[in-house]
Design a protein around this ligand. Structure first.
Ligand code: AMP
Length: 368
């Protein structure tokens, strides 16, 4: 099958690498003209001149990036099958729609209000009570997009920092840890769920994922699977979906979803029977889904800014290195390392040791 991917970054690269093993052919289309994937047939097309050619050589279209122009994706959907369904993209591009979808489906999420001015933010913060996180409804930029308010009086200073016309004000969730679930749904409605991952962020960027997350009770796993199953069924979803959640004393609170393969699922390349990338391609090409069970406790470490000492990393007998072929730049994801171990304690030591080799990597300060 000839598969077209909208977006051509590292996710497109890894989808292509896994999908080629299934005999598929890949074309990657980047409407922003910033392709870095380095595999498949690449269309860097900021002027839209090559869209017809790209579509001519694809049987099915998917995407690896949620900030695509929605009208472009809707137009493509009139000509070719697009998976996941464009409505998923639309919801993920706008927190107002996303939170409303969670609420309407009975998916537990932080109490929130939609606000369109500093005054409205102040009033919403007053009503929500306690600490509030304000987030721009659509993508923030240049460090804008989010602010934490301890009191309603902070609204006039916080509002301009969001850099938007519409925002969500939501209650701050006192979470124990951040978890995510990645799942796949096939064209026949078959579903497969990966074990939950525990995610550690630093300066707003995911640094470490540990999977399967330890101390996940069957009830917690069940709650996560119910939430993502509800979302996928409602949307008629085909492909891989990720849901980021907070774990609290009272169970899980959904934060946001991503309609694509997800950084917190990269561990599955080495740590699961079938990677999230292969399962996404299986789903969009109408094939049966692969087994999602974990092989061993796994830790994924993102390489941010630069690749670090590649030879030293590779010398460690337990590392699997994945580089994206991208130039180093501050804050940019340029690769990741998957580490496997026989036990969580061994995993902890291996991850600590690996992290200590990496420039600008925070200490791996985690205990099972
Ligand atoms: P988001 O852009 O929604 O993924 O948020 C980025 C990060 O901000 C999350 O990974 C959390 O660490 C933190 N965060 C977001 N929303 C909340 C919230 N309601 N309560 C506490 N922390 C939050």
């Amino acid at each position: 099958m000839r598969i077209g991917i909208l977006g051509a970054g590292q996710l497109g690269r890894m989808l292509t690498l896994d999908g080629m093993r299934l005999g598929h052919e890949f074309s990657l289309y980047d409407p922003a003209g910033k392709a870095s994937a380095g595999v498949g047939t690449i269309y860097n097309d900021p002027d839209g001149q090559h869209l017809a050619t790209f579509l001519n050589e694809t049987d099915v279209v998917t995407y690896e990036f949620e900030h695509l122009p929605l009208d472009l994706v809707n137009r493509i959907a009139t000509e070719k099958p697009v998976h996941p369904v464009p409505r998923a993209l639309q919801c993920c591009q706008n927190r107002t729609l996303e939170k409303a979808l969670f609420r309407d489906l009975g998916i537990n999420t932080a109490p929130f209000e939609v606000v369109e001015s500093a005054e409205a933010l102040q009033a919403a913060t007053q009503r929500l009570g306690g600490r509030v996180v304000a987030k721009s409804a659509t993508d923030g930029y240049d460090g804008k997009g989010q602010a934490v308010l301890d009191t309603p009086e902070q609204a006039p200073q916080a509002w301009p920092r969001l850099g938007c016309d519409t925002a969500i004000a939501e209650s701050f969730v006192p979470f124990r840890r951040e978890l995510s679930i990645v799942a796949a749904r096939g064209q026949d409605g078959e579903m497969a769920f990966y074990p939950l991952a525990e995610n550690i962020h630093h300066q707003g960027i995911l640094r470490f994922s540990i999977a399967p997350a330890p101390h996940v009770t069957p009830e917690l796993e069940d709650q996560a699977q119910r939430m993502i199953r509800t979302l996928m069924n409602e949307l008629g979803y085909v492909g891989v979906l990720a849901l980021e959640m907070f774990e609290t004393e009272e169970g899980l609170v959904a934060n946001e979803m991503a309609p694509r393969v997800h950084n917190s699922g990269h561990w599955s390349q080495n740590g699961a029977v079938t990677s999230q990338f292969e399962n996404h391609i299986r789903a969009v090409s109408g094939l049966p889904l692969g087994e999602t069970a974990a092989l061993q406790p796994t830790c994924m470490i993102n390489l941010i800014g630069e690749t670090g000492p590649v030879a030293e990393i590779l010398r460690l007998p337990y590392t699997h290195l994945h580089l994206y072929g991208k130039a180093g730049r501050s804050g940019r994801k340029v690769g990741h390392i998957n580490i496997l171990a026989d036990s969580l304690e061994e995993l902890r030591w291996r991850a600590m040791n690996t992290a200590s080799l990496l420039p600008e990597c925070p200490e791996f300060d985690w205990r099972p």
